[in-house]
Design a protein around this ligand. Structure first.
Ligand code: AGP
Length: 608
């Protein structure tokens, strides 16, 4: 996934674009570039590496331009090099394009353009768009872009400037998000609202198949078929502070420590203690389906998929409805059992993950009611569903998902409560669950106070090469999540497993160099987990255990214990994951890794 930003107005454009790219770097950061208009020609600067390298390249240049576009890249076609960085230009350097997405038919278009005499200079699919626009340009930039895109198969969020149109940016969207910003006398386009919020909260979300022409006086929106669209101005609700580090050393650490607040936000206004149930406005129109449903599918990727596994346990326990959790990338290409009696929950923090969007559409195609559990309001997945529940975690900038994960679980517990009270859960049991839910934010705050203790533990383990994470029941998916957190930010290999499964193979890995992290809290499977710990210890394995506070028995057996407060079994993942997030964070930090922008990753994967 990549980040795009464009500006037209009265201020010098370069600082605005560079600052905008910095707010988009979590979307991809292997190269960056900028194109601005000048009377003597388009100025294009681009470089492999982070936005800061581009900023250094530009800092001594006196550029007075007030219109331009810029890009930070997550490579899909072509190595991250200066040459392959965006923007890409046409043969004469009069048209510049920045693009997020994949052009599926770029090879065929390359051949066509070569036959027309175009000289392509890079390995990227994006460059093809610049030459296609050039091929179709006859004085109207918007028209040339529209014709060019009518020949393109694939996904794009793109912005175009031209030497022949000094006061116009043309942009277009199909499958990759684009947001327009209206600052009154200055206008913006970006991949998401982060670069726009410091300047204006008035935004318009482009839809798939729409193009916009942005000038000094505003923007007009039309479709590929030239149908006029009335812009729907929306107000961004979150604040600039929410996308700043606010004194923390990284967004990831900030977002870990935000969780007491974000969990309160996920709960706010959604607990009905009188009736012992949840109140979820986004599902109000679907109560009949929630009552009639015969099978549930939960789909997502990565951390969202782990949350789905926890949702499966919750929903089956509380509703007795069969639940399947599917990797979105698998679901979309197999022939799943889905019909009008199916509810499909699509979980996605960004709301832009291509595989999850495709799985959601496949489920709808087969008759399912599709409900979203998303964080970004107005995101593509949120808008593609029949309804859903926002998790209200605020912008999650750190590439490794933390606060979104716990809020996804919280929302899943509310949905389980709502559907459970339609079936087997009594009002009294429902009230008991609500009481436990209400304690969770403070309990998370208590665990965060163990940060120093967890950092000390990380000191003993950050040089290890492999880890195993083991849990049972509700905490097996947490073991998977703990392993994912560690590997994606520290690059240490880590595997999550059901604790009992360790005997069926992974136990061969156990020795003094293979730390094993157990989730060993006093739940219904504690005794079984204790046996697994003994099996590891008898093979010289070193154990780190997430335990229930006050559990003297396990503390007598395990040197590295992280005690957490007690809660009901279905809510334990909300607490057990917190120490694993901090453990991964401290190990990665001790290793000198960039926890906010881990190598090879991007915050949201909008490619297959
Ligand atoms: C989580 O730490 C990873 N960054 C990644 O697995 C992520 O959860 C996955 O790409 C899904 O993203 P989404 O929730 O935005 O759809």
């Amino acid at each position: 996934m990549c980040g795009i930003v464009g500006y037209i107005g009265k201020k010098p454009v370069v600082p605005i674009l560079i600052e905008g790219l910095k707010r988009l770097e979590y979307r991809g950061y292997d190269s960056a570039g900028i194109a601005v208009y000048s009377d003597t020609g388009l100025i294009v600067q681009k470089v492999a590496g982070r936005v800061s390298r581009l900023e250094d390249l530009m800092k001594d240049q006196q550029i007075r331009s007030k219109i331009g576009i810029a890009h930070t890249r997550w490579a899909t076609h072509g190595e991250p090099t200066d040459k392959n960085a965006h923007p890409h230009t046409d043969c004469k350097g009069r048209i510049a394009v920045v693009h997020n997405g994949i052009i599926e038919n770029c090879n065929a278009l390359r051949e066509y353009l070569k036959q027309k005499g175009h000289k392509l200079r890079t390995e990227t699919d994006t460059e093809v768009i610049a030459h296609l626009i050039e091929e179709n340009y006859e004085g109207n930039l918007l028209k040339a872009v529209r014709i060019a895109l009518s020949e393109v198969d694939g996904t794009y969020g793109l912005a175009v400037i031209s030497l022949d149109h000094p006061r116009e940016i043309v942009c277009a969207r199909n499958g990759s998000p684009l947001v327009l910003g209206d600052g009154g006398d200055e206008f913006f386009v970006a991949s998401d609202a982060a670069p726009i919020v410091p300047h204006t909260r008035q935004v318009v979300y482009l839809e798939d198949g729409e193009l916009a022409s942005i000038t000094d006086t505003g923007f007009t929106i039309t479709t590929l078929e030239e149908k006029e669209i009335t812009p729907k101005i929306e107000e961004i609700s979150w604040t600039l502070g929410q996308i700043e580090k606010e004194g923390f050393s990284s967004f990831m650490l900030k977002e870990i420590f935000e969780q007491p607040v974000t969990l309160r936000n996920a709960i706010r206004g959604r607990l009905n203690m009188t009736d012992g149930t949840a109140r979820l406005d986004g599902l109000d129109r679907h109560h009949e389906q929630l009552e009639r449903v015969e099978n549930i599918v939960i789909t997502g990727c990565g951390t969202a998929w782990h949350a789905g596994l926890i949702g499966e346990y919750m929903l089956e326990e509380m509703t007795r409805v069969p639940v399947e959790v599917e990797y979105a990338s698998e679901f979309r290409y197999r022939s799943p059992v889905v019909d009008s009696k199916t509810i499909l929950f699509a979980i996605s923090q960004s709301g832009e993950t291509t595989d999850t969007l495709a799985a959601l559409r496949e489920g709808k195609r087969r008759g399912a009611t599709a409900l979203g559990i998303c964080n970004v309001v107005g995101s593509t997945i949120a808008r593609a569903t029949d309804g859903g529940v926002y998790i209200h975690a605020g912008p999650e900038i750190g590439v490794a998902s933390t606060k979104a994960f716990t809020s996804q679980i919280m929302v899943l517990s509310l949905i389980s409560l709502l559907m459970g009270r339609m079936r087997t859960i009594s009002v009294d049991k429902g009230r008991g669950i609500i009481k436990a839910i209400e304690k969770i934010p403070d309990q998370v705050g208590q665990i965060l106070e163990l940060d120093k203790r967890i950092k000390d533990i990380a000191q003993d383990f950050y040089k290890k090469k492999n880890f195993l994470f083991l849990g049972r029941g509700y905490n097996f998916p947490v073991a998977l999540e703990g392993a994912l957190k560690l590997k994606e930010i520290s690059y240490i290999h880590a595997e999550g497993y059901p604790a009992a499964e360790m005997k069926h193979g992974p136990i061969a890995l156990i020795d003094e160099d293979m730390p094993v992290v157990f989730i060993a809290i006093r739940d219904c499977v504690f005794e079984k987990v204790l046996s697994n710990i003994e099996e590891v210890k008898s093979r010289k394995g070193v154990v780190i255990a997430i335990t229930t506070e006050g559990d003297k028995e396990i503390e007598s057996k395990v040197k590295y214990c992280i005690p957490i407060p007690k809660t009901i079994d279905i809510l334990t993942p909300l607490l057990t994951v917190i120490p694993l997030q901090l453990l991964a964070y401290h190990i990665a930090t001790l290793k000198g890794c960039d926890v906010d922008r881990p190598r090879n990753l991007a915050k949201s994967v909008t490619v297959e």
